[in-house]
Design a protein around this ligand. Structure first.
Ligand code: FES
Ligand code: FES
Length: 155
C-alpha cells in the first residue's frame, strides 16, 4: 500500500493505506484519533467534520490521497484542559446532549470563526446549517458560537 503524508494537529504523519481510504478512517483507525465521529458516511450529517488546510471538510468524503500534503486539524487539536474559547463557550452554554455530533459542530464553528471572527446570525446559520444534531441543540450551538466570538474567537 502506498504511504501518504500529511500533518495532523501539527504532527507529521505517514500512513500506509489504500488511496481511496476515507480520511475519517485514517484518523480513527490508523491514527487512533477517535474524537472525529462516523455518522452517515455519505457527507450528509457533518459528524466527521475536520479542518483541511483551514476549511471545514467532511472527512468521510475525502480520501487519503486527496488529503496528502495537507494540514488536518481534528477536535484533538483543542487543549485537553478545555481552555479554548470554543470549549469554554460550549460548557457555559451547556450545549451537548448526547454529544455525538459535537466534535463536528465545534470544528465547523472553529472554521467559521477563523474566517469570520464576528459572524452575524445569518453567517452562523449558513456555516452550521449542514451539521445535523439529532438532539436538537441548535439554539445552544448558536449561542455558544456567539459567546466564543465575543470572548476573542479562535485566533
Ligand atoms: S459521517 Fe461524514 S458527513 Fe456524516
Ligand atoms: S448532541 Fe446528540 S446528536 Fe447532537
Amino acid at each position: 500500500m502506498p504511504a501518504y503524508k500529511f500533518k495532523v494537529n501539527g504532527k507529521d504523519q505517514a500512513v500506509d493505506v489504500m488511496a481511496d481510504t476515507p480520511l475519517l478512517w485514517v484518523l480513527r483507525d490508523t491514527l487512533g484519533l477517535c474524537g472525529t465521529k462516523y455518522g452517515c458516511g455519505v457527507g450528509d450529517c457533518g459528524a466527521c467534520t475536520v479542518l483541511v488546510d483551514g476549511e471545514a471538510k467532511r472527512s468521510c468524503q475525502i480520501t487519503a490521497e486527496e488529503a496528502a500534503g495537507k494540514q488536518v486539524l481534528t477536535i484533538e487539536s483543542l487543549p485537553a484542559d478545555g481552555t479554548h474559547a470554543l470549549q469554554k463557550a460550549w460548557i457555559e452554554e451547556d450545549v451537548p446532549q448526547c454529544g455525538y455530533c459535537q466534535s463536528g459542530q465545534i470544528m465547523a464553528a472553529y472554521a467559521l470563526l477563523k474566517e469570520t471572527p464576528s459572524p452575524s446570525d445569518h453567517q452562523i446559520d449558513e456555516a452550521m446549517d449542514r451539521n445535523l444534531c439529532r438532539c436538537g441543540t441548535y439554539q445552544r450551538i448558536k449561542a455558544a458560537v456567539k459567546r466564543a466570538a465575543k470572548s476573542g474567537g479562535v485566533a
